[in-house]
Design a protein around this ligand. Structure first.
Ligand code: CAO
Length: 561
């Protein structure tokens, strides 16, 4: 075993690149090429990979540190006795393994003629640290353009880094062999350029790849879309300047949508994907409009504030916010802070309300027989140390109805392209607590009896009120029941607990005169309201489900069928 210090490789002269994310922790086992940190400068964004495998024993950096080539990142305990010499990565003639995403002139296969002549060379995609395809997001030069050695020619982008391929020598671009928006990989010919021969490029070879008709055709297309010259000279990993390419992943912070362009590094793109933010909507405050992490944070914050209606100015999520009023001008007031739970609930409710087209359907279940059975069981319940309220019956009836109408427990996925059917029946139950509303989830309701459900409900409700629910006890629900039966009211319209697609509201049961064909009879009626996501559930689905539920509650023997 040896202790190795993994250092910053040649990062294309991006001195003082800021650590924006540390991707490993002490104790982590890292493998070769696993990303250790994300660095960003105003010119570059890159994930720095490990050059040896081992266990992280010390972190030498923290978020916010400014790093340059050679600076220590982490120490690892490894079986290897050496690591690749980091200095090698900065030597163009000898690219090192620890700079996989830093293409260098020597890594470009170069075809030249004799050392004494002007010659045409084909510049190919160098070793970019991946064997797979990467996106060519921008061609930075045009045919006829003179470039200096190291000047950026094209911009590539993989999942992990954006990188500019530099000119291996000074010369003039004679042909473009690619265009923006195509996929390329190591060895793909990018362009042809005429160069003055260099004595150091002794292994001259004719430019065999530059003259084929197919490549000429590609060059014509590409030259039409060729962009401006690269702003910086030198070999560097750069943040991507998006070019107008076909939509790849617009909903997830992906590259671009038709006609738009994005200038953001991979870390920002990754974050945008996680938040589901379309980067085209984010205004960059960095150099040349580059989108910084702070811009993304600001965008998300604005959207959330707008959605929860907590701002007094601005237009979060495009929806006008409710103006703040100084109520003290009308009389005495007292302002109290809201619990975190209340604020989270507010944000969740707003999100669901704004995203889900709600429809609510109402019906009454005749629970007269259910109630007489429940009162018969009262004594037994007491003996068991529990209380049999209508809720376990409702849970059980919902489980049966959901099994017969599985669409009511689906969720939309893939941005609405698919529907996820769930072969389990975990049901959430809204619980009113002094700290706010929580929704513990009762698992496998379909497999449990009334006593078990009753005990579990009481247990979860108690945990909820004592603020002792664990996160996994509030996850995985397929459907939610919100009962205000113990409080009162004749009906309400609950908000769907997205990504679920339906929620049942239960109001207070009362004795109502019901016409039985010959007379009005006193029957106990339980008002039910079913809110549903009309993107998934249509009125027929909801009507059939609620009718089934009403039937089950009116005659609980039906749950056995
Ligand atoms: N009609 C008439 N009476 C009802 C009833 C109904 N629909 N539902 C319950 N009751 C009665 C119970 O039978 C019990 O009476 P007894 O003690 O005489 O039997 C009494 O009301 C109290 O019931 P409970 O609250 O202890 O138990 P529960 O099973 O009905 O409900 C729970 C449990 C956790 C759902 C409930 O306590 C609760 O927190 N409800 C509020 C949920 C909520 O806030 N929803 C709104 C969300 S959206 O803002």
């Amino acid at each position: 075993m040896a202790t190795l210090t993994l250092t910053v490789p040649d990062i294309g002269g991006a001195e003082g690149a800021e650590v924006v994310e540390v991707l490993v922790a002490v104790g982590d086992t890292v493998t070769v090429d696993q990303s250790l940190v994300v660095l960003e400068s105003d010119k570059a964004s890159m994930e720095i990979p490990a050059t040896a495998e081992g266990t992280v024993t010390a972190l030498k950096i923290a978020v916010g540190d400014a790093l340059s080539e050679g600076d220590a990142i982490v120490e690892i305990e490894t079986e290897l006795s050496t690591i690749p010499d980091p200095a090698a990565s900065s030597t163009p003639e000898a690219p090192a393994a620890d700079a996989p995403s830093a293409p260098g002139p020597s890594e470009n296969p170069v075809d030249t003629r004799s050392p004494a002549e002007s010659s045409v060379m084909t510049v190919e995609v160098p070793d970019i640290g991946t064997e797979g395809d990467v996106d060519l997001v921008e061609v930075l030069v045009a045919v006829g353009q003179e470039v200096t050695e190291g000047e950026s020619l094209v911009l590539l982008e993989s999942d992990k880094a954006s990188m500019e391929v530099p000119a291996p020598l000074a010369g003039s671009i004679t042909r473009l062999l690619v265009s923006a928006g195509t996929l390329v990989r190591q060895g793909t010919p990018l362009l042809a350029m005429s160069v003055q021969s260099h004595s150091s490029q002794g292994n001259a070879a004719p430019s065999a790849s530059a003259g084929s008709p197919a490549k000429r055709e590609a060059a014509t297309t590409a030259s039409d879309t060729a962009s401006t010259a690269a702003p910086e000279t030198g070999r560097q990993l750069s943040s991507g300047v998006g070019s107008p390419v076909t939509s790849l992943d617009s909903a997830t912070g992906g590259r671009s949508v038709e006609g738009g362009s994005i200038y953001a590094g991979p870390a920002v793109r990754k974050l945008a994907r996680e938040f589901g933010v379309d980067l085209l909507k984010v205004k960059g405050s960095g150099t040349r409009g580059r989108i910084l992490k702070e811009d993304l944070h600001h965008f998300v914050q604005q959207a959330l504030q707008g959605a929860s209606g907590t701002t007094s100015g601005g237009q979060g999520a495009g929806i006008p916010v409710i103006p703040e009023v100084d109520f003290s001008q009308f009389g005495a007031i007292e302002e109290t802070s809201r619990s975190r739970l209340d604020k989270v609930t507010a944000a969740n409710m707003s999100r669901s309300w704004l995203n889900v087209p709600h429809v609510t359907q109402f019906d009454d279940a005749d629970i007269t027989d259910l109630e007489s059975f429940r009162s018969e069981m009262k004594r037994e319940a007491e003996q068991r140390g529990t209380k049999l309220t209508p809720m376990p019956f409702i849970l059980k009836a919902c489980a049966v109805a959901l099994a017969r109408h599985p669409k009511l427990k689906t969720s939309l996925a893939q941005g609405g392209e698919t529907l996820v059917y769930k072969h389990y029946c975990h049901i959430g139950m809204a619980v009113d607590t002094p700290a706010g509303l929580v929704v513990p989830v009762i698992r496998d309701v379909d497999k449990k009896g009334l006593w078990e459900l009753s005990e579990e409900m009481a247990h979860l409700a108690a945990l909820a009120r004592d603020k002792k629910l664990k996160p996994d006890q509030m996850q995985g629900g397929v459907f939610t029941i919100s009962s205000l039966g113990n409080i009162g009211g004749r009906g309400f319209t609950p908000i769907v607990n997205a990504p679920e697609v339906a929620i049942l509201g239960v109001s207070r049961a009362s004795i109502q005169p019901v016409w039985n064909g010959s007379e009005f009879a006193p029957r106990k009626q339980l008002p039910l309201s079913l809110s549903y996501d009309h993107r998934v559930i249509n009125g027929g689905d909801a009507g059939r489900f609620l009718t089934e539920l009403v039937g089950l509650l009116s005659d609980i023997r039906r749950t056995l069928l």
